[in-house]
Design a protein around this ligand. Structure first.
Ligand code: LLP
Length: 434
């Protein structure tokens, strides 16, 4: 993260706090969240995308403190489940500034969203339209409450990312297809529903994307539908959301997304398409998650065992086991994601060895960092920090092998504050009722 640096003694300092001090007080594993870095990234998107609304995608990581920071920095919030909605509402987040996603929202969940006055519900299926028609028909006479919705469309784009995190090609579960005409029919039906206010279209093409041509193709296809709706139905939709997915650097090989450059590129694309189609520009929004929180967190582990293993070719790989693993970061095992790591508590002049950082779980695929060069004297008790773990690590954490999920510790201006505490064995057993 941007405030992280190492002292001459090899101490990693984040937000003005030496990681070794954090560990002395809070133990490991722990997620260390650089609050100022998080806020700066949120602000960078908000400022770069001036007239647009920026919805922080809470699925990347959400807790009460983060919901408040997002509100303070002037961003809106994207939630994609009843649980995330609950966190946001309890944190006092303005419901009118929340977008609610999901491909399988229940009647009860939708009813709550409408009752709370959620700013936009992103509709994903015909059943959901039926549910909203029913819910709004049930509203008490004279009620001015409405379901404000956007239609999630699949733009038919193959974003160049891992298959499980690409979401705009046709053969997957999200959205209404533009090509098949389903999206147009959804718009027609929503427009005709008295209790429903249709705001516009929503497209999200995938995650960890570096190439803006995917956004370009998606914007073109979505705006063509927008124009068709206006021509054939006489309906002018006021809004358009182009989703999130902006890539971050996990290792030195990747280039991080630059909000200013993205804003310029995406702005040009929309302006160009709108002009070509003779459309007035809708109110635009995006939903970055990873690009805001990803780089702002590092996970700190303690080394437990070190085992040199001789490979077929005679080379040696040093397996460094830490006190966490796939329960706090499933991304390496699930997506073959690349992370790096660094010794955090001391300096070492030892010659580097090829290391693989693995977890404590009962599974060979439990890898945190596939390949890294670590000082050859790495030993039990050393601290390792893995940067870039803010997005989809704590939010995808599990209790596999009855692991206790680590705390999230916010650091800023030399002070640390636990914003999500470490789970206890009692937390873990509270649901095990015999
Ligand atoms: N908007 C929608 C509708 C989404 O589905 C997503 C992510 C986002 C915004 C935010 O995307 P971001 O800017 O964070 O890339 N677990 C996977 C990523 C799943 C992304 C799901 N949707 C991973 O760890 O890479």
């Amino acid at each position: 993260s941007s405030t992280a640096h190492k002292t001459d003694d090899g101490d990693l300092v984040v937000g003005g706090v030496p990681v070794a001090d954090l560990v002395a007080e809070h133990n490991t594993p722990a997620y260390v969240l650089d609050e100022e870095d998080f806020r700066a990234r949120a602000r960078a998107f908000r400022d770069a995308f001036g007239g647009w609304d920026v919805y922080y995608a809470g699925k990347a990581f959400l807790c009460t403190a983060v919901a408040r920071w997002i509100a303070e920095e002037g961003l809106c919030l994207d939630v994609c489940s009843a649980g995330e909605l609950e966190v946001a509402l309890r944190a006092g987040f303005d419901p009118a500034r929340i977008g609610y996603h999901g491909n399988n929202k229940s009647v009860a969940e939708l009813r709550r969203a409408v009752a709370e006055g959620v700013g936009r519900i992103i509709v994903d299926s015909v059943q959901e339209i039926e549910r909203l028609e029913m819910i709004t028909a049930d509203l008490p006479a004279g009620s001015t409450a409405k379901a404000r919705v956007m239609v999630r469309v699949t733009a038919g784009v193959e974003a160049h990312t891992h298959e499980y995190i690409a979401t705009a090609h046709e053969d997957q579960k999200f959205g209404f297809s533009i090509t098949s005409g389903d999206a147009f029919e959804a718009v027609r039906r929503l427009e005709a529903a008295p209790g429903i206010e249709l705001l516009g279209l929503h497209s999200h093409i995938g995650s960890q994307i570096f190439d803006s041509s995917g956004f370009e193709v998606a914007a073109r296809r979505v705006l063509a539908l927008h124009a068709r709706v206006s021509e054939e139905l006489g309906v002018t939709m006021r809004e358009l959301d182009l989703g999130g997915g902006f890539g971050i650097a996990y290792t030195t090989q990747d280039d991080p997304s630059d909000p200013a450059q993205l804003a310029t590129e995406m702005g040009k694309i929309v302006e160009h398409e709108c002009r070509a189609l003779g459309l007035e520009e809708p109110r635009l929004s995006i939903e970055p998650g990873r690009a805001i929180v990803g780089p702002a967190v590092c996970t700190v582990y303690t080394v437990g065992t070190v085992k040199p293993v001789t490979l077929d070719a005679g080379a040696v790989r040093t397996y460094v086991s830490v006190d966490g693993g796939m329960s706090d970061n499933i991304r390496t095992a699930l997506y073959d994601a690349d992370y790096s790591c660094t010794l955090a508590g001391r300096a070492s002049g030892a010659a580097p060895v090829l290391a693989r950082v693995v977890g404590m779980h009962c599974e060979a695929g439990d890898i945190v960092v596939r390949d890294e060069f670590l000082p050859g004297d790495v030993a039990p008790g050393d601290l390792l920090a893995v940067p870039g773990t803010g997005a989809y690590c704590r939010s995808m954490a599990s209790n596999y092998n009855h692991a206790l999920r680590p705390p999230v510790i916010a650091v800023r201006d030399g002070a640390a504050r636990v914003i999500v505490r470490r789970e206890t064995v009692d937390d873990l057993l509270a649901t095990d009722v015999g």
